[in-house]
Every structure is written in structure tokens, then in C-alpha cells.
Design a protein around this ligand. Structure first.
Ligand SMILES: Cc1cc2nc3c(=O)[nH]c(=O)nc-3n(C[C@H](O)[C@H](O)[C@H](O)COP(=O)(O)OP(=O)(O)OC[C@H]3O[C@@H](n4cnc5c(N)ncnc54)[C@H](O)[C@@H]3O)c2cc1C
Length: 491
């Protein structure tokens, strides 16, 4: 029984079905039937998953996983307009004659809108698996008794309420909570007498604004060359290729930066996008037109729920996946890839322990600690550093001034300088650095291996050592200039 029909629920239903289980998926929203992803983009409100209407990048680990484990789904995605974005294309605009190696073939992102992914995935599950998807049915609680051997609650199914008001109890051997970041799991567990569900939670330090644009008829799509985004410290931005000649732009800033909060306004969003070197040619009115308002997402957090406490699951016959288990700053684009990875961990752990719910839960925990937690921990560190940088910017101080008056070194400012004047230019000068960063970004390599590699660190420090010799990289206006642009675009 899968609770929630977002991407994690759909991936879980797919993986469990492919491993031979009979699956029912319950989704609270009444999603109208749609004949195409374009129609779904218009009709699916997705109030239960508002981020589905934001820009989404799908990382290589997800692209490769779908291609390998569900080639039929992969073909359907391409048919619906999704496009593979290989490393060789992404570096073409940056390096004149990039020296590619065979492993670079693993770095391929998938470009399409999130609604397109969900629509294709749902149709695929309905047509190509035995899983049953029921919409307009909200899970309201768990049915459980107590496992005699462990003393833990043993989940036996769920209680539901349909949009019509009809209530039902549905039995299940395994309940998968894929109800997203606002899951009521803590309450449900409390109701069946389980120990408290603890969670770590830390702000990401940004809010998100996304807007979708359509390339005009008879206009060629601009080529995707050079970086597809940038980090100005006070503002992060990126362009996301979609499908059906639609792309989106996302701008993200600190919620504490009052003048930047105005980017939620469509006119100001447009003016800001026009002022950024990467996005300006895409939002040119001769190339594309905006087709949506500016979607915003505030109060973003990194959250991890600890379903295993003191080596024991809080309940048997139940496991959370997707955002209900762990979610992190969307800037890293890892949510859907993490959902995919967890879905297959789940299907494999269940296949190996069909009659041992305790062993199943412990196998899941091990898998999650190995496959997801290192990236989550890395994101928390990055967000802390970004928040500190933003505070320095807002105070109007130089974030890179690492030499203190007394001759000592400010380690945080030093690190910022190495990243901004070492790592960032190295991404344009040295394909070895670019490759290593892209492998971590795409969840193909553990982030802890990145800066621990002596060769890589040497390369970055080499570029940093020559920082005085090169013109500073300009990824966009500085904050003062941007605030002036925002003021002049204000209605
Ligand atoms: C602004 C933003 C941008 C993002 N960008 C990216 C990106 O670029 N790349 C990426 O990979 N990830 C990105 N993410 C993360 C990604 O969107 C999430 O990780 C992903 O949506 C998680 O999927 P999910 O299925 O766990 O949750 P959701 O997509 O939230 O789905 C949960 C589903 O459960 C249903 N539900 C809730 N309660 C119940 C109930 N009681 N009974 C039945 N159904 C219920 C809801 O209606 C919903 O359909 C972004 C997130 C945000 C916030």
C-alpha cells in the first residue's frame, strides 16, 4: 500500500510492482484525466505537492536508473518530449576541445517538466503494471496491532476517507508513506502507540521563485552552452530545459534580504532574468513568452525523519520514502533522484525479507544511510556556509577578505575565497574539476570523496593561487546594481 501519488509514491509503486508485489496507490488529490503532459500542466493543480509546479532538474543517477531498470518508461518519457542532456553537450560551450573520457557517458541529466515526469510515470504504472492507482482517497490513519516478539506496533493497513466522504479500512502487508514533506506520520505513529518520531530540521536560507516560458513559434531554441546557472552570493539562478518547447527559470534568494524578496513580482522577475548573462537571451521577447505567473516557495528546510531509533524501527510493516523520509534544499535538485533510489532500496529490501518486517526495516535504514545521508549532510554544510555568506553580503562587507588586521586568517572567508576564486573558475578552466563536481552533483559520487582527493584540491588551489592574474568572473550584477534594477522595474 503506497500512500501518496507524488514522484516517490509512483516510483515506489513501480519498483514494488516490478519485484512482483500487488500494489495499491492512494492519492488524496482528485487528478483529472489528461491526454497529454501539456494538458496536465494546465489542469493538475497539485495542491498536495506544490513544488511540482516549480523548475525541476533530474540528475544523472535518476536518468541512468530509469534507462537501465525501466527502459520502457524511459522510451515513453522521450516520446513525451523529455531530452537527455549529456555532459559532452554541457561542456561544449565552456571548453573548446574538451578531453572526454568513457565515464563521461554516465553523466546525463534528463530535461523535462516535473508534471511531465509524473504524468508519464502514472500512465506507465496504470498501463504496464498490476498496480492500482486510486485518486481522491486520503489516508487518515494506520491500522495496527502489536508484534509479540518485538513489542513494536505492527501496521496492518490504513484508514481512508474519499472525497465523497466515504470511509474505508484497507489491509496491507506493507504500508509505504510517500505523502510528502508534510506527512502526518508522527501523528499516525502516536495514534498506534509507537515511540516518538524524531526529526532534524534546518532552514535552507533561501526562498524559490520559478517561472515557465514557451519558445515562440518559428524561433529556434537557443543553444544550451556554458553554465546553466550561477551563484552571485545574494542570488542563485538557473535555467531548466523542459519539454514541449517550454523551459523555466528559477531565482532564489535569502528571505532576510528585503529588496530581493520583490523578485516574486512578474515584472521584477523578468527584469532580473534579463540582467543575468545566462538567462537574458532566453527571456528575450523575440525568443520566448512567459506562460505562467511566478510560483514561489518559502520556508524551505532540510528535514530528516528518524524512523529507526536505537536500532529499532518505530513500527513494523511501515516505511517512509521520498520527502516524508528526508528532503533537502531544492537547489541541489536531488529530491526525485533520492525518491528513485529509495524506491528501489525498498523493493529490494522487501524482496529479500518478505516475512521479516524487522530485517526489512533495518535493511532500509542501512541503505538510506549509505545512499542518501552523505548528500544530505553535505547540503546542510553548504547551506550553513551560504547563510553566513548572505549575512556578510547584507552587512555590506567583503565576503572574501580572509586576512584579518592582526595577520590571522578568517577560515570561513578563506574557504569562501577558495570556492569563489578557485573552484568556480576551475570549473571553466579544468575539465577534471568540472567532471568531479558534476559526478557529485549528479549523485554518482559521494561528496566526501570530492575535496578529499589530493589531486583535485591541488588543481583548485592552483587556480586560486592565480586569482590576481585573471579578470574576476562576472556571473551577473553585484547586489547594489541589482537592487537598482529591481527599483527601476518596480511597478
Ligand atoms: C521549490 C522546489 C524545487 C525542487 N526542485 C527539484 C529539482 O530540481 N529536482 C529534484 O529532483 N527535486 C526537486 N525538488 C524536490 C522534489 O520536488 C521532491 O523531493 C519531490 O516532490 C518529493 O516527492 P514525494 O512524492 O515524496 O512528495 P510530493 O511530491 O509532495 O507528493 C506527495 C503526495 O502525497 C499526497 N498525499 C499527501 N497526504 C496524503 C494522504 N494523507 N493520503 C493520500 N495522499 C496524500 C499529496 O497529494 C501528493 O500528491 C524541489 C522541491 C521544491 C520545494
Amino acid at each position: 500500500m503506497v500512500v501518496g501519488g507524488g514522484v516517490a509514491g509512483l516510483f515506489a509503486a513501480l519498483a514494488l510492482s516490478r519485484r512482483g508485489n500487488r500494489v495499491t496507490l492512494l492519492e488524496a488529490e482528485a487528478l483529472p484525466e489528461c491526454a497529454s503532459p501539456v494538458e496536465a500542466f494546465e489542469l493538475w493543480e497539485r495542491r498536495g505537492s506544490p513544488q511540482s509546479r516549480h523548475s525541476h532538474a533530474f540528475l544523472a543517477r535518476l536518468h541512468n536508473g530509469i534507462k537501465e531498470l525501466a527502459p520502457d518508461l524511459y522510451a515513453e518519457l522521450l516520446e513525451a518530449g523529455a531530452q537527455p542532456l549529456p555532459f559532452s553537450d554541457l561542456v561544449r560551450g565552456t571548453f573548446e576541445n574538451p578531453e572526454l573520457i568513457p565515464e563521461d557517458d554516465e553523466i546525463v541529466l534528463l530535461a523535462c517538466r516535473r508534471i511531465t515526469l509524473d504524468w508519464v510515470l502514472r500512465r506507465h504504472i496504470e498501463k504496464s503494471t498490476q498496480a492500482q492507482c486510486r485518486n481522491d482517497i486520503k489516508v487518515t490513519g494506520l491500522i495496527a496491532d502489536r508484534d509479540e516478539a518485538t513489542g513494536l506496533p505492527r501496521v496492518k493497513g490504513v484508514r481512508t476517507q474519499a472525497g465523497s466522504g466515504e470511509v474505508e479500512e484497507i489491509q496491507a502487508d506493507l504500508v509505504v508513506d510517500a505523502s510528502g514533506r508534510n506527512t502526518p506520520l508522527a501523528t499516525w505513529l502516536n495514534e498506534i502507540g509507537s515511540a516518538k518520531l524524531e526529526k532534524d530540521s534546518e532552514g535552507c536560507g533561501i526562498f524559490y521563485c520559478s517561472r515557465f516560458y514557451r519558445i515562440l513559434d518559428n524561433v529556434e531554441t537557443p543553444s544550451l552552452e556554458g553554465p546553466i546557472g550561477g551563484d552571485l552570493g545574494y542570488l542563485k539562478y538557473a535555467i531548466f530545459m523542459g519539454d514541449s518547447r517550454i523551459f523555466s527559470i528559477t531565482l532564489a534568494a535569502s528571505p532576510d534580504d528585503a529588496p530581493l524578496r520583490k523578485i516574486r513580482n512578474p515584472d521584477i522577475f523578468q527584469a532580473v532574468a534579463q540582467s543575468l548573462p545566462t538567462t537574458c537571451r532566453w527571456v528575450d521577447s523575440a525568443i520566448a513568452e512567459p506562460i505562467t505567473d511566478v510560483y514561489t516557495y518559502a520556508n524551505l528546510k532540510n528535514v530528516r525523519r528518524h524512523f529507526i531509533a536505537d536500532g529499532q524501527p518505530l513500527a513494523l510493516g511501515l516505511y517512509p520514502v521520498g520527502d516524508a523520509l528526508l528532503h533537502q534544499n531544492p537547489i541541489s535538485g536531488r529530491g526525485c533522484t533520492s525518491a528513485w533510489v529509495t524506491a528501489w532500496l525498498l523493493a529490494d529490501a522487501y524482496a529479500e525479507n518478505p516475512d521479516d518486517p524487522l530485517a526489512f526495516a533495518l535493511a532500509m535504514d542501512q541503505g538510506v544511510n549509505r545512499e542518501l545521508v552523505p548528500w544530505y549532510a553535505n547540503q546542510i554544510e553548504q547551506d550553513r556556509a551560504a547563510r553566513e555568506r548572505s549575512e556578510v553580503d547584507v552587512r555590506g562587507e567583503d565576503p572574501f577578505a580572509f586576512q584579518r588586521e592582526d595577520g590571522s586568517v578568517d577560515p570561513k572567508a578563506y574557504m569562501r575565497s577558495v570556492l569563489a576564486h578557485g573552484l568556480v573558475p576551475a570549473l571553466r578552466e579544468d575539465i577534471v574539476v568540472m567532471r568531479a563536481v558534476m559526478r557529485v552533483f549528479n549523485m554518482l559520487e559521494d561528496p566526501r570523496d570530492l575535496m578529499a582527493a589530493p589531486d583535485l584540491l591541488g588543481r583548485v588551489l592552483g587556480v586560486w593561487g592565480r586569482r590576481e592574474e585573471r579578470e574576476p568572473l562576472r556571473m551577473g550584477p553585484d547586489r547594489g546594481e541589482m537592487i537598482e534594477k529591481i527599483a527601476s522595474a518596480s511597478p
